[in-house]
Design a protein around this ligand. Structure first.
Ligand SMILES: NC(=O)c1ccc[n+]([C@@H]2O[C@H](COP(=O)([O-])OP(=O)(O)OC[C@H]3O[C@@H](n4cnc5c(N)ncnc54)[C@H](OP(=O)(O)O)[C@@H]3O)[C@@H](O)[C@H]2O)c1
Length: 274
């Protein structure tokens, strides 16, 4: 049985479905069970009895990781941890720490646990586009945001879930930290345009001054340190193509899914079509 933490999350949800489709038993940790298939056992905290594989979402597990891994000694055969591309960077270059994520520490705990492990190190999730732009796109064709020319290589959550499934089923990734990216470097302006294409709408990206963008993020409830760190990362990426790796293809035998595909899969979330 595989225990999936953060099972209602961006990667956890498709991973649960893939594990079930692959015929594996799944126990899902989620605070809101209604987000998951009915065939899945849902618990509100990790229960390791009968579990051989553990998927770790650092946001969901946080400081409990050491206790969970200690409990898993002699029980777990494999741990797959959702880490991040920037875990070896200075801590001030990891804005998500301001939201409580402890990816560096959680990855380190897993890789030092003595258990068999795989550490997935994705770049930015394509799904971040929801939080950044969905509300504006639902209400009009102009998107105001920071650094139009900042670059990302956004990865589709289905690719992440499929690589995680592969990491449970195949020994090829054991003891590795694959850096997982989308297949192309795109500017934020191009990403918004791709969402518009998927909806049959022409969307315009209007760049805000960084100070205004920062205040807008804080006004929407993001911690000030997170907003500053995110904008700093974006500023550094202007004119620099985002990192692209071949790791999704290496694991899955097919190219990573494009952002255009992600936009088409998720266009309904962004609101009205033309
Ligand atoms: N977003 C990115 O671009 C990106 C890139 C690389 C790495 N990462 C890392 O990947 C991890 C997941 O990030 P995400 O943005 O995709 O988030 P997510 O997994 O979509 O959402 C968070 C998940 O964790 C659960 N959770 C949150 N706080 C919890 C708590 N206190 N106790 C128990 N469960 C809790 C949520 O459950 P509920 O549904 O119950 O709230 C949800 O299932 C993070 O460690 C992040 O740093 C993210």
């Amino acid at each position: 049985m595989i225990l999936v933490t953060g099972a209602s999350g961006t990667v956890g949800r498709p991973l649960v479905e893939l594990l079930v489709s692959a015929g594996l038993k799944v126990r899902a940790v989620a605070r809101n069970p209604s987000a998951l298939p009915r065939s899945v056992e849902v618990v509100d905290r990790p229960v390791l009895e009968g579990v051989t594989g553990l998927f770790v979402n650092p946001r969901a597990v946080g400081d409990d990781i050491d206790g969970l891994l200690a409990e898993g000694k002699g029980v777990l055969k494999r741990v797959v941890v959702l880490s991040a591309v920037n875990v070896d960077d200075d801590l001030d270059m990891q804005p998500s720490r301001w939201r409580g994520d402890r990816n560096t520490e959680v990855e380190r705990a897993v890789t030092a646990s003595g258990l068999d492990w795989v550490a997935l190190r994705p770049t930015t999730f394509a799904a971040n586009a929801f939080g950044l732009w969905a509300e504006q796109i639902q209400h009009g064709d102009t998107v105001r945001g920071s650094y139009a020319e900042a670059t990302w290589s956004p990865i589709h959550e289905l690719d992440l879930a499929e690589v995680a499934l592969h990491a449970f089923l195949d020994d090829g990734l054991l003891g590795t930290r694959p850096v997982l990216t989308g297949p192309e470097s795109l500017t934020q302006r191009e990403m918004v345009s791709a969402i518009g294409d998927a909806m049959g709408r022409e969307l315009t990206y209007l760049e805000m001054a960084p100070e205004v963008a920062r205040a807008a993020l804080v006004g929407r409830g993001f911690p000030a340190g997170f907003a500053a760190g995110l904008l700093s990362l974006q500023a550094r990426s202007v004119g620099v193509p985002a990192l692209i790796t071949n790791e999704v293809r290496r694991a899955l035998g097919r190219p990573a899914l494009t952002f255009a595909r992600w936009a088409s899969d998720n266009a309904y979330v962004f609101g009205r079509a033309a």
